[in-house]
Write a protein that binds this ligand. Structure first.
Ligand code: ADP
Ligand code: NI
Length: 216
């Protein structure tokens, strides 16, 4: 595939994904995809990753989510057909699909390539900082979770058992995921970008508790 063909493929893929996700409301709307793709491209440039594979995987990364399609398998099949129809080279499409599979649902499985690490970092960066906070409350609202449960002891480290016995809350999500991501970034560039976003979440929680306690 030449550079021109790759460019065309990226463009038509972006149009295809935008059409499907423009009205999606479970946290995977098109603007999430757009931010993750831009972030992934920036990290890829810093880290020397393959830009075509990174951009394609970022654009397609949430399409196999079972919140969007009947099954993950079906989602992957559809993505594969899309790539075959666009004559994406076999090695590239296999790599793109592997990235989508490892970052979206085989969680805990080590990522094999730099490109996978870049896309996962970009996805994780969108889950923290101001945008991450906003997405968390949107998700909690959509699921009917409470804002915060002061009886569940989330302000200090919670054990898994404690968590399971408690109700999910938006504030809780910071402790089960958001505050852990900074130390789980894969790339040097991702780690650096995560720092200020992490610090902002800590500040947010500090103020949240101060106001909750009547001290803010
Ligand atoms: P992604 O991996 O693309 O970020 P997810 O489906 O894991 O997508 O989550 C979508 C958004 O909703 C993220 O911002 C995530 O942090 C947030 N989210 C996921 N689970 C919860 C939860 N239990 N409570 C609050 N927010 C959540
Ligand atoms: Ni995502």
């Amino acid at each position: 595939m030449g550079e021109q063909e790759k460019k065309q493929t990226v463009k038509s893929t972006a149009d295809w994904v935008r059409d499907q996700l423009l009205t999606e409301s479970t946290g995977h709307d098109w603007y999430h995809i757009e931010r993750v793709t831009e972030m992934a491209k920036a990290i890829a440039a810093e880290e020397g990753a393959d830009l075509f594979v990174v951009e394609m995987a970022a654009l397609l990364h949430d399409l196999a989510d079972d919140k969007l399609v009947a099954s993950e398998e079906e989602g992957i099949q559809e993505i594969n057909n899309w790539l075959v129809d666009r004559s994406v080279e076999k090695a590239d499409s296999a790599h793109i699909i592997e990235i989508i599979e490892t970052i979206s649902f085989s969680k805990g499985k080590p990522l094999r390539t730099l490109e996978a690490k870049v896309v996962q970092d970009a996805d994780r960066l969108d889950a923290i900082g101001a945008i991450g906070i906003a997405r968390t409350f949107q998700y909690a609202g959509a699921k009917g979770h409470v804002l915060y449960d002061p009886k569940a002891n989330v302000r200090t480290e919670m054990t898994k058992a404690e968590y399971r016995s408690g109700q999910g809350s938006a504030i809780h999500h910071f402790y089960e995921k958001l505050l852990l991501l900074k130390d789980r970034m894969n790339t040097h560039t991702g780690k650096k970008l995560a720092e200020s976003r992490h610090a902002f979440m800590e500040q947010f929680l500090k103020r949240f508790y101060a106001e909750w306690d009547g001290n803010g």
